[in-house]
Design a protein around this ligand. Structure first.
Ligand SMILES: Cc1cc2nc3c(=O)[nH]c(=O)nc-3n(C[C@H](O)[C@H](O)[C@H](O)COP(=O)(O)O)c2cc1C
Length: 354
């Protein structure tokens, strides 16, 4: 039987050689948001592993959109220049390159995980955070409610970063609207208490993220796919949920989103989640079926046979693999071998095949 995981997928004019993709993962290794040697060797190793899509970590569209001060950014031309050699290196392999565009909202200006936890104070190199409403996430600093100027500034950050990514020759961008970061904060009634046109009912809460999607799509080349990462549920009573996600996915697809990458959680510390292998896959399946849009599944997908089953049973069109790719950047080569799929290896590595 031929592997569906290792079958190509075409979105617009872009073909991915397989459906085992690298999930975006923060590296907390930049100074002033500039890519450096770490991104080159880390993303380079993943590229030689021949995942169908190698995606950067969350890449901040404005400097105050960084989760931690060490995050990657794309808010100036200097940031694009720093990414150039990395895009070039990754694209020497038969893989597509993606950038995840993000703004961390009220979860910005936090301590990198291996250095501690909580917010970074302004006097220690942190900054004032912004969010739909002045509501803190757990013990993090209370954000400032975004003004009309902030809304324009952050939207421009997404659009200008997309323009830079297009000029860099990046194949894919993914708008990060998951995990309790800014756009998810607009979506969820637990973090959005605005009384203007960007709050209130579900339509109001979706309005700002949808405007960003529309404006990014306008500047992003027609033949290149636009991905959207969502949290399909807050896992909290009264929070953002699957039916709202399906509606959001439907409207996003109508604006030109080509695939929805379906994660969950991250908005509220009260979240009650039962975690297990593939625990978020049913959400990807529901969005795919009910919104009629291609999806990626993510979360504890670690085994080749498990990934194969997700694709072949029609639960998702691609799988995003996170921690397993950190442990084993050439996961896709092993998976193809185990599934009996014939994928092209870099010639330098071929002797490792047997
Ligand atoms: C070190 C690390 C950093 C992460 N950073 C991001 C990120 O920048 N953007 C994002 O959407 N998800 C991020 N995630 C979540 C992963 O993309 C993925 O959704 C999650 O790890 C579950 O998949 P897994 O079980 O295959 O690891 C991160 C996860 C890890 C472990």
């Amino acid at each position: 039987m031929t592997s569906q995981l290792f079958s190509p997928l075409t979105l617009r004019g872009t073909t991915f050689s397989n459906r085992a993709w690298v999930s975006p993962m923060c590296q907390y290794s930049c100074v002033d948001g500039l890519a450096n040697h770490w991104q080159l060797i880390h993303l380079g190793a993943l590229a030689t592993g021949r995942a169908g899509l190698v995606m950067t970590e969350a890449t901040a569209v404005t400097s105050d959109g960084r989760i931690a001060p060490e995050d990657l950014g794309l808010w100036s031309d200097a940031h694009a220049e720093a990414l150039e050699p990395i895009v070039a290196a990754v694209e020497t392999q038969d893989v597509r390159f993606g950038i995840q565009l993000a703004h961390a909202g009220r979860k910005a200006s936090t301590v990198a995980p291996w250095k501690g936890s909580g917010s970074v104070a302004v006097e220690d190199g942190g900054w004032e955070t912004v969010a739909p409403s002045a509501l803190a996430f757990g013990q993090f600093a209370v954000p400032r409610e975004m003004t009309a100027d902030d809304l324009v500034r952050v939207k421009a950050g997404f659009v200008e970063s997309a323009i830079r990514a297009a000029a860099l020759g990046v194949d894919v961008i993914e708008i990060h609207a998951a995990h309790g970061y800014l756009l998810h904060e607009f979506l969820s009634p637990l973090s959005n208490e605005r009384t203007d046109q960007y709050g209130g009912d579900a339509a109001g809460r979706m309005a700002y993220p949808l405007e960003i999607i529309r404006d990014v799509r306008e500047v992003w080349p027609d033949d290149r796919p636009l991905l959207l990462r969502v949290s399909a549920t807050d896992w909290v009573e009264g929070g953002w949920d699957l039916p709202s996600t399906v509606e959001f996915a439907r409207q996003a697809a109508a604006l030109g989103v080509d695939l929805v990458d379906v994660s969950t959680a991250g908005l509220d510390p009260r979240q009650a989640i039962t975690v297990g292998p593939g625990f978020q896959v049913p959400f990807a399946e529901a969005v795919r079926r009910e919104a009629g849009v291609p999806t990626a599944a993510v979360g504890l997908i670690t085994q080749p046979a498990q990934a194969e089953e997700i694709i072949s049973s029609g639960q998702a069109d691609a799988v995003m693999i996170g921690r397993a790719m950190l442990r084993e950047p050439r996961w896709a080569l092993r998976a193809a071998h185990e599934l009996g799929a014939d994928i092209e290896w870099a010639p330098q590595l071929v002797r490792g095949r047997h």
